[in-house]
Design a protein around this ligand. Sequence first.
Ligand code: PEP
Length: 252
Amino acid sequence: MENRIPLIAGNWKMFKTCSEAVETAEQLARLVANVTDREAMIAPPFTAISLVSETLRGSRVSLGAQNLFWETEGAYTGEISSDMLVSAGCKYVIIGHSERRQFFDETDETVNKKINAAIRSKLIPILCVGESEKERESKDTFSVLDKQIIKGLKEFTSEEMKTLVIAYEPVWAIGTGKTATSDQAQEVHLFLRSLIEKKFGKTLAKSVRILYGGSVNPGNISELMAMPDVDGALVGGASLSAETFSKIVCYP
Ligand code: PEP
C-alpha cells in the first residue's frame, strides 16, 4: 500500500433509534480510542447524525451520511442537502450504495450529481460500485464496473476527485455472508485503480482509497487488508455492534 490511510467505515442503514445510535457511538469511540494508524467512520441514519456528531466530538471516529440530494435547497420534501450534512458534522457521504440503486432507482447519472454536490460542500464521497451475481457469472464484472465509474465520475477533474473514496461492493456479497475472496477483491481493486489512472492520471490512482464491502467481519478483515490494493472496508451488518465493529477496526 502506498501512503493511503486505511478507512474502516460502518454503514448503519435503517437501524438504530437516536438513543441506540448514541450508545453504540459512545462504546465505539471508547473501544477504538487508541487506534492511530487507520480511520474509523460510522454512517448513522439521518435522524441520529447530529446527536452522534456530539457524541464523537474529540474522538477518533469520523462521521458520515448514507445519502444526500444534489440540490442545495428548495421544495424537495424528504430530502437532505450536502450543506445540511456538513452542518450536522459529517465528513463523509456514501453515494450509490447498491440498495439505493436497487430500491430507490439510483442511476449512474444521479450518482454523478450527488458526487458533484458532495465535493461542492467539501464532503468526502464514498462511491459504491459492484456487480450482481448474474453479472459476475456472465463475466460482465469489469464492464459493469467500468460503466459505473466512467458515468458516475463523468466530467470531474482529478483535482475535484482528490478526496474520492471508492467502495467495491459485489452485490452478491452484501448481507449474504458470502465474502469475495481476498484474491477476487484484489483483482477488482487493481482493475478499479487502473481505470482511475486512465481517467485521472497516476497521482490520483496512487492516492485513491478503494474499500471492499460485502460481509466483512472480524474473521476476514485481516486477509482482505493484506491485499496491496485494499485500503479499507465498508461494513454493514457487522458495524451495528460497537464491540464487533471495533474488532474490525482494530484488525492486526
Ligand atoms: C453494505 O451494506 O455496504 C455492506 C457491505 O453490508 P454487509 O457488511 O452487511 O454485507
